[in-house]
Design a protein around this ligand. Structure first.
Ligand code: OAD
Length: 251
């Protein structure tokens, strides 16, 4: 894409946003890299650093929780230190300044969309802000898990001896039903769906944009190509912060 094409596509994106009443996002780990949190599958991603998907597998967690609590420290440390970037803030401007109805379906567990002031965030892969005992189901505040992650030790429930796990969705677990149902409704309601920073390789989240209405627009922002590029109205293989800021500035 030449610079000219990019400018034209950015004005088209602004125009789509101007025409839309409801804007629904699906974001992935690439949304957070510019805040210093690594993604999973790109060259600098978590899965290239000697860690693989097993760390988030519930069967592995239940057998050997110490693996998760030993390996997660750096990753979760980067989440703790992260603050929203101008791409997150551009999404906030869409509803605060331009009065769009904005739904943010996210696979991210880092709460950066919420920190940026977005009010309708649907974390379909759960959250780090709460946790539960795998033994008896008792709920614990986030701090209990954070302290254990930092200490690289397994947090145990004093009462039943069960292992405490953050409420993030591991492979082999169901997605939070009500949150996922709301994300499905948000896709159907959208006049424009913006997919940003996801390789679209993990289902069912990756299937959400396919629920959009035939008359809605689809815009993809991802450094690398995805399977949905062919059906999108606009594709940007560029940095999310740059594209979202420019598109919202152009409104
Ligand atoms: P991936 O790591 O699979 O994909 C992130 C995508 O974002 C990559 O294709 C990058 O090229 C792109 N990217 C990174 N930084 C970017 C930037 N600043 N601007 C534009 N594009 C950028 O992450 P997800 O698709 O989110 O699940 O992964 C899905 C799920 O797999 C995660 O929720 C997690 C993981 O295993 C669980 O842990 C259950």
């Amino acid at each position: 894409m030449t610079n000219n094409d990019k400018e034209k596509n950015l004005s088209r994106f602004s125009e789509y946003l101007r025409q839309a009443r409801v804007v629904t996002f699906l974001t992935g780990a690439g949304m957070s890299t510019e805040s210093g949190v690594p993604d999973f599958r790109s060259n600098q991603g978590l899965y290239q650093s000697g860690i693989n998907e097993e760390i988030f597998d519930i069967r592995v967690f239940d057998r050997r929780p110490e693996r998760f609590y030993q390996l997660a420290a750096d990753f979760f440390g980067s989440i703790r230190a992260a603050v929203p970037h101008k791409g997150h803030l551009a999404i906030t401007r869409l509803h605060e300044r331009f009065e769009k109805t904005v739904h943010v379906c996210t696979q991210n567990i880092d709460s950066l969309h919420q920190d940026a002031g977005n009010t309708d965030v649907l974390p379909v892969h759960g959250t780090l802000t709460s946790s539960h005992c795998r033994g008896c189901g008792e709920a614990f505040p986030a701090e209990r898990v954070w302290d254990a992650i930092q200490a690289r030790s397994v947090p145990l429930h004093q009462g039943c001896g069960g292992v405490i796990k953050p409420d993030v969705v591991f492979f082999g677990e169901s997605l939070p039903e009500a949150v996922f149902a709301a994300a499905e409704r948000a896709m159907v309601a959208a006049d424009i769906v913006v997919v940003a920073g996801t390789s679209l390789s993990v289902y069912p989240a990756a299937g959400l944009p396919a629920l959009r209405r035939p008359d809605s627009r689809l815009v993809l922002i991802n450094h690398t190509p995805t399977q949905m590029d062919v059906e999108a109205d606009l594709v940007f293989h560029s940095a999310i912060s740059e594209v979202l800021t420019a598109a919202v500035d152009g409104l």
